[in-house]
Design a protein around this ligand. Structure first.
Ligand SMILES: CC(C)(COP(=O)(O)OP(=O)(O)OC[C@H]1O[C@@H](n2cnc3c(N)ncnc32)[C@H](O)[C@@H]1OP(=O)(O)O)[C@@H](O)C(=O)NCCC(=O)NCCSC(=O)C[C@H](O)C(=O)O
Ligand SMILES: [Mg+2]
Length: 276
């Protein structure tokens, strides 16, 4: 949400989102940047966001606002700082060093917007940068730089989306899909969320409260997935007790790797339940 929108910052305290991105970058006009920085720092400092993870997207350090944004963000210790248009691992390392120099135990992690051709090409090294905890895909900036046409199937973006995901998975960090701009188009949003879920994204970045329910619905494990995960764990445990490494459930084999996925599904369901 735009960091300049006081009403949105307030409303976010009650929205059923897992994480909030308080934006100082492209959602804020140049003449509102200083006020937005104060507003965001004030809101994070005041708290009241419950279990929602708080992320501040700062302006790039190559802009006239970036350094002040970083200082203000660090001072209120959000869960994460989201860096825009990251092109190389060293863009991240500079900030990680600043953070660690200020306080080696500073709890704030770094996230990167992957939204430029160079950022996609360097995604593997960016994912392994110090303090890096996740990617958010910037599909608007990517489409702009690729000169591609907007298509409902996102065919022109699929290579970049997959490369960013591969890099994130190889480094063991999270990867969140880009925004869906038509915020009154529920069917289009659902279709794009389904595509993102199929590809392997951990969630969807959103621009309007009306989009939250659909994203939650698509990205949460379904009752059937939870039941299957439980049955797979039970079948595998039983097989293990019999001294067998492989179980068979509904005519399909269940091996260690399936149990790992099943446990991830159950852990995600539990985390959602814990959010209340
Ligand atoms: C798109 C909007 C300008 C629409 O705003 P508005 O006209 O106020 O919508 P509504 O009247 O329907 O709003 C209803 C209520 O919800 C609140 N609201 C609106 N948006 C948000 C939000 N994002 N978070 C929290 N709350 C929000 C309104 O205040 C109303 O509240 P109430 O008074 O109680 O009724 C607006 O939604 C908007 O600005 N959206 C965010 C745009 C944004 O964040 N853009 C930057 C991120 S996307 C990006 O940068 C792309 C990426 O980098 C890339 O390259 O792809
Ligand atoms: Mg962008």
């Amino acid at each position: 949400m735009p960091g300049s929108n006081a009403r949105a910052l307030e409303k976010a305290r009650g929205l059923p989102a897992d994480a909030l991105i308080l934006d100082l970058e492209d959602a804020v006009s140049p003449d509102a940047k200083d006020a937005a920085r104060d507003l965001v720092a004030g809101a994070v400092g005041e708290g009241g966001y419950g279990a929602r993870r708080l992320m501040i997207r700062i302006n790039g350090l190559d802009t006239r606002w970036g350094a002040e944004d970083l200082e203000a963000a660090l001072s209120v210790r959000p869960h994460a700082i989201l860096l825009p248009k990251v092109a190389r691992a060293r863009d991240v390392a500079v900030i990680a060093d600043t953070l660690s120099a200020a306080d080696p135990n500073h709890p704030t992690t770094l996230w990167a917007m992957i939204e430029t051709p160079l950022g996609v090409l360097n995604a593997a090294e960016i994912a392994r940068a110090p303090r890096m905890a996740g990617f958010v895909l910037g599909t608007n900036d990517l489409a702009k730089d690729l000169h591609c046409r907007g298509r409902t199937d996102r065919l022109p973006l699929l290579g970049a989306l997959s490369q960013a995901l591969l890099a994130a998975r190889a480094a063991g960090i999270l990867c969140i899909d880009g925004v869906y701009n038509a915020f009154r188009d529920d069917a289009g949003l659902r279709a794009e969320c389904e595509q993102g879920r199929d590809l392997g994204f951990d969630g969807k970045s959103l621009i309007h409260p009306a989009q939250i329910a659909i994203a939650n619905d698509v990205f949460a494990p379904t009752e059937a997935e939870i039941a299957l995960a439980r049955a797979q764990v039970a079948a595998h445990d039983a097989a293990h007790a019999r001294g067998e490494g492989v179980a068979v459930l509904n005519g399909r084999i269940v091996e260690n790797l399936h149990v790992e996925t099943a446990r991830q599904t159950l852990a995600k369901a539990q985390a959602i339940a814990d959010m209340g």
